[in-house]
Design a protein around this ligand. Structure first.
Ligand SMILES: Cc1cc2nc3c(=O)[nH]c(=O)nc-3n(C[C@H](O)[C@H](O)[C@H](O)COP(=O)(O)OP(=O)(O)OC[C@H]3O[C@@H](n4cnc5c(N)ncnc54)[C@H](O)[C@@H]3O)c2cc1C
Length: 403
């Protein structure tokens, strides 16, 4: 009988397997339901795999996690992005830090990460069973019985890393675990509004977006898409507001400031610009450096005649422009996924996990890691980092306990 079962061949499962060492690895079976493991790693980061994020202080790092912030602090003290970089680089996968601090393999190809994880797992002599869906886990006195279509297997220890499907949650529920209702995190906002119509592709380096109804705001780059708004500022709101926005059934108002100035300051700025540029055309000369089409759209809806010069801009027109740029209200109706990237908020109740070992407090010798936990982060490599750190802790715990 082999000792250890890993259920789920994704980032968390493989990183655990890759760190077990030969002695425990040779006692381990990894069950993966699909015929190809690590599929999310493969498509992640647009096929480049955003492995982690250049934030090396656990206290700062946890601020990127709407759920799991408190619990992950000790986890990152054991294994953080600097360790992730060292881990891959010492295994001949050089990494690079991009301007926005996201970290990718130098190859810009997620296959580098996949091959490394597979090689290390193979070196550790872990047996990989592909196309083997675990259907049920039952706890016997000192062992677990794992049932798949092809048979039943007995193990002393189970590492549960199956991602966030309802079926995996059900398996844990049957073992006595509490599950926080899974809901989507990381999504873009659907908005049908004449101010955005046909402007897809226009991006803003900075915008402040707030949701007055839930008193939440975020800032960052923003992008007009086919369906509404996307970009880091919007995704941040979708992650931090995941629970409240689900409660609102994804129908709410947002307020956008495009100019990094309050309304009064914006009026003053426009007034000064008007005095200095009296003879110039309002349509042609845009004081904020916005993409031309967006500036013209703002003027169209104000409305401003196309041949108006700044000297003829009335106080009322100027105030309307300032209002639109600093506190325009947009109605969101529904959500879409962002480049197919999404994560699940909700999952195993964190109170039921001992984060020093990543072990269940409900079922001894059951270890749980990855997206199945009620942990999620904004985009930027943080979701994988949680998987690497949790997987590392499990392998260290088992080495300490078994060897
Ligand atoms: C398109 C996309 C892009 C992303 N890009 C990034 C990124 O660049 N950076 C980042 O940090 N995060 C990214 N994420 C999030 C990241 O992929 C997840 O947080 C991470 O993959 C979770 O890893 P996991 O091992 O917990 O689960 P998963 O990756 O979902 O792996 C679970 C595995 O378990 C298997 N499984 C499930 N149930 C069973 C069962 N009953 N029996 C056997 N096997 C089972 C599944 O087939 C799967 O292979 C992205 C997500 C998506 C969808």
């Amino acid at each position: 009988m082999k000792k250890i079962a890993i259920i789920g061949g994704g980032a968390a499962g493989f990183f655990t397997a890759a760190n077990l060492g030969k002695e425990l690895g040779s006692q381990t079976v990894l069950f993966e339901q699909s015929s190809a493991p690590l599929q999310k790693v493969s498509v992640s980061g647009g096929g480049r795999c955003n492995v982690t994020h250049a934030c090396f202080d656990p206290k700062e790092l946890v601020e990127f996690y709407p759920r799991g912030k408190k619990e992950l602090r000790s986890v990152f003290h054991q294994f953080q992005p600097g360790d992730t970089m060292e881990w891959f680089e010492s295994r001949k996968v050089p990494l690079k830090i991009e301007d926005d601090n996201r970290i990718f393999p130098v190859s810009d190809n997620s296959m580098s990460i996949i091959e490394c994880l597979m090689n290390e797992t193979e070196k550790n002599l872990v047996e990989i069973k592909l196309s083997e869906t675990v259907q049920k886990i039952s706890k016997k006195e000192h062992s677990f019985l794992i049932e798949t279509k092809s048979g039943s297997y007995k193990f002393e220890t189970v590492i549960f890393t199956p991602g966030s499907s309802n079926k995996s949650m059900e398996i844990l529920r049957n073992l006595g675990h509490g599950i926080v209702k899974p809901i989507p995190s990381l999504f873009t906002f659907n908005i049908k509004d004449k101010r955005l119509k046909d402007l897809m592709g226009i991006s803003f380096e900075w915008a402040e977006i707030s949701i007055p109804q839930i008193k939440m705001e975020a800032e960052g780059p923003m992008l007009i898409t086919h369906w509404g708004l996307s970009g880091p500022g919007i995704l941040r709101l979708s992650a931090w507001g995941a629970i409240e926005l689900n409660r609102l059934n994804y129908e709410f108002e947002i307020k956008i400031n495009f100019v990094q100035k309050e309304y009064e300051a914006c009026c003053e700025f426009l007034n000064e610009f008007k005095l200095e540029n009296g003879k110039k055309s309002v349509y042609k000369i845009n004081p904020f450096g916005f993409p031309k089409r967006f500036w013209q759209r703002i003027l169209e809806i104000t409305p401003i005649p196309t041949d108006l010069t700044y000297s003829h801009l009335t106080k009322n027109q100027l105030e309307k422009i300032a209002s639109e740029l600093t506190k325009g209200i947009y109605q969101v109706k529904g959500k879409s996924t962002f480049k197919e990237e999404f994560v699940t908020a909700g999952g195993v109740d964190l109170k039921e996990i001992n984060f020093k070992k990543m072990e269940s407090k409900i079922v001894p010798n059951l270890f749980i890691a990855g997206e199945i936990l009620n942990i999620d982060a904004i985009t930027g490599g943080f979701n994988f980092q949680a998987c690497w750190s949790e997987g590392f802790i499990i392998s260290e715990t088992l080495k300490n306990e078994f060897l």
